[in-house]
Ligand binder design. Structure first.
Ligand code: ASP
Length: 304
């Protein structure tokens, strides 16, 4: 049984085989895994490792979180993030934030310092500043590529997952970890859907929908069409099947993804079990993903 393990994802969707800059996407997944595992190998917590991994991907303009997040219908970035600690069952999230450089750090501040689970709007920004989380102008998040995607979505009248028609993709990011104490955690961060309505909040910051962790069962971070993921409470649905029916992770995740497909949802997830087993299932064409378990010679990364 490995004493620690970590997995990351960078979003799921219709990723084309001829993805440009594939090596760069993989390098960010590797860097995220390295950031998490360097904490885990020193005895750091699953919470800190999953947050550190997500922050690396937020800083990369290639993925739909932090810098390089997708635009809403007003050509503005509104970001959601969450983290959950499987040991204490504490969770922290921020929703619709527009000026927090690393939303996952604000989510961690909520987990550690607030009696609440989810903060949004001006209060979330005030809370982040109070706890020394760095803020930036909204323009910091903007990239040309995202603006092009927004215009494309608007021409087609669509609200879409982070994948342009040419299949050049970047996605929501997440991480799950098991630390040397056997504690589990999950963290997720996103810009949401291209051309989403202003004020729309997705599954990512909602405990049990896009992010969930429960010691003894599993930790999960989801990606995909968040409105549908919320309607099936996907992350918790998997944990609940495992807890109440004894289903294994593979069967529980398949049932949840089938349920998602049945309401025309699309996506994937990463999960880690109490034993440190890692699962990376998805029902879309591809999902950026990676993992490392103590004792592995190197990181695993894959897209298709
Ligand atoms: N789940 C995210 C949302 O709907 C989007 C994504 O995973 O790319 O906000």
């Amino acid at each position: 049984m490995p004493d620690y393990a970590i997995a990351v994802h960078g979003g799921a969707g219709a990723i084309h085989k001829n993805l440009e800059r594939e090596a760069e996407y993989r390098a960010v997944l590797d860097a995220a895994l390295d950031a998490g595992k360097s904490l885990l190998e020193k005895g750091g917590s699953a919470v800190d490792a999953s947050v550190a991994a997500v922050a690396v991907m937020e800083d990369s303009p290639l993925y739909n979180a932090g810098r390089g997040a997708v635009f809403n219908a007003n050509a503005f970035c509104e970001l959601d993030a969450a983290v959950m600690d499987g040991k204490s069952r504490k969770a922290g999230g921020v929703a619709g934030v527009t000026e927090i450089k690393n939303p996952v750090y604000a989510a961690l501040a909520v987990l550690r310092h607030s009696r609440h689970v989810l903060l949004g709007g001006a209060g979330a920004h005030d809370f982040a500043r109070l706890h020394d989380v760095a803020t930036v102008e909204n323009a910091y998040f903007h990239t040309e590529e995202r603006l092009r995607q927004l215009h494309e979505a608007q021409e087609k009248g669509r609200v879409q997952l982070d994948f342009s028609e040419d299949g050049q993709a970047k996605g929501t990011v997440g991480a799950v970890a098991r630390d040397q104490n056997g504690d589990l955690a999950a963290a997720t961060s996103t810009g949401g859907l291209t051309n989403k309505s202003a004020g729309r909040i997705g599954d990512t910051p909602v405990t049990g929908a896009g992010t969930y962790a429960e010691n003894g069962i599993c930790a999960i971070s989801c990606t995909g069409t968040g409105d549908e993921i919320m309607r099936i409470v996907m992350a918790y649905d998997i944990a609940a099947q495992m807890r109440y029916t004894g289903a294994d992770f593979t069967a529980a995740a398949k049932a949840a993804l089938d349920k998602l497909a049945a309401i025309d949802g699309e996506g994937g997830l990463i999960g880690i079990t109490a034993k440190g087993e890692i699962y990376l299932p998805f029902n879309s064409k591809g999902m950026f993903r990676g993992s490392f378990r103590a004792g592995d010679a190197k990181n695993f990364t894959a897209i298709f």
